[in-house]
Ligand binder design. Sequence first.
Ligand SMILES: [Zn+2]
Length: 142
Amino acid sequence: MSFVHISPSTKQAAVKLYWQTGNVKKCAEQFGASRNTIYDWVRLAEQRLESMFLDSTPGKRAPSVDSRNQALQSQLDHVLDAYHNISQGPRPLPQNLARCPKCHSTALLRNGRVRSKQHGLLQRLWCRQCDVSVYVDLKKTL
Ligand SMILES: [Zn+2]
């Protein structure tokens, strides 16, 4: 018995014919192969088909680790960039952070600095509407 190379496309045609007709004897005769060989090709083809359908589950595929890493890295770069810009930008003055305890307005007027024993140098702010003074610690914010 001699081995003849049979091309994949011929094997595929033989398998298709078998699926169409279900006649293994006819396939074997037409393609010059033994019936066992035809059965082998059919078995191979059916295995491949099944695994192919297992791989192609419907729905969106989970992104690969690589693409997720890239996305996270660019997010991190973006956040670090924003953080850098904030940390390098001008800091808000302490009086801009203070609020009037009565009307909660931030429109306070500077009204001199006061040195206290307990807190050191304080900026005194004054709410014109309520006539209330607010003290802001200069050390903590500068
Ligand atoms: Zn006020």
